[in-house]
Write a protein that binds this ligand. Structure first.
Ligand code: DX5
Ligand code: ZN
Length: 224
């Protein structure tokens, strides 16, 4: 069921890479709504994280929504691998290639919910022709590639997208530098999915997961 209530999606880029399964179970038990999975190729972005094999390995540990953010180019030749890995949402960047329309159709045809992401330098208008193809628009509030970067204010772009989307069942996700200070700004502008890596995982661990819950509740409370 589609809804626009605020959802917190911890990015496992800020988790312990040697224990993704336990980290995911801990952060879900502490109130995460979705799990955000950042795939980086060292080509589209200047960093490498992990790929579809890792996604398949962590899938059984996710009870909520597996939200996979591809920071890779090209995309199309990997879509089936992420479908087999069990991604619920598969988001590709509008900047990742010349045929984003085809990419989004292929993601839907492979049985996943398509998302489209925009870098900070890309205007909202770039996704106007794509709104009937997607279930999610991801507004990057950092230049993608690394966790823990400073928030770039994209509230005007989020408001524009919120108006463009009208009553379509499309989530607006915000990714990068989201914490309890920046979350209320993007939520007020119309975002409903808040990705947060460092702001969720800071201070906690698998053996001491309570800070994950405190961090999630602090972000949520700041948006009310
Ligand atoms: C950036 C990634 C983000 C990132 C968010 O390239 O797409 O998901 O991990 O991390 P924080 O919340 O630490 O900015
Ligand atoms: Zn991301």
């Amino acid at each position: 069921m589609f809804d626009r209530t605020t959802k917190i999606a911890p990015s496992i880029l800020a988790a312990d890479f040697s224990a993704f399964g336990a980290e995911i179970e801990a952060v879900e038990a502490q109130g995460a709504d979705w799990i955000h999975v950042d795939v980086m190729d060292g080509h589209f972005v200047p960093n490498i994280s992990f790929g579809a094999t890792t996604c398949a390995a962590i899938r059984p540990h996710i009870k909520t929504v597996m939200d996979v953010h591809l920071m890779i180019a090209p995309v199309d030749c990997y879509i089936d691998a992420f479908a087999e890995a069990g991604a619920d949402i598969l988001t590709a960047h509008v900047e990742a290639g010349p045929h984003i329309h085809r990419t989004l159709q292929a993601i839907r045809a492979a049985g996943m919910r398509p998302g489209v992401a925009l870098n900070p330098g890309t205007p909202a208008a770039a996704v106007a022709p794509l709104l009937d193809l997607v279930d999610l628009v991801c507004v990057m509030t950092v230049n993608p590639g690394f966790g823990g970067q400073k928030f770039i204010d994209m509230t005007a772009k989020i408001s524009q997208l919120r108006n463009m989307i009208e009553d379509r069942p499309i989530h607006i996700e915000v990714d990068g530098g989201v914490d309890s200070r920046t979350a209320p700004l993007v939520a007020a502008a119309g975002a409903d999915v808040l990705v947060a890596g460092s702001a969720v995982f800071r201070g906690g661990s698998i053996t001491d997961p309570a800070p994950y819950g405190e961090n999630i509740r602090a972000i949520r409370a700041a948006c009310i």
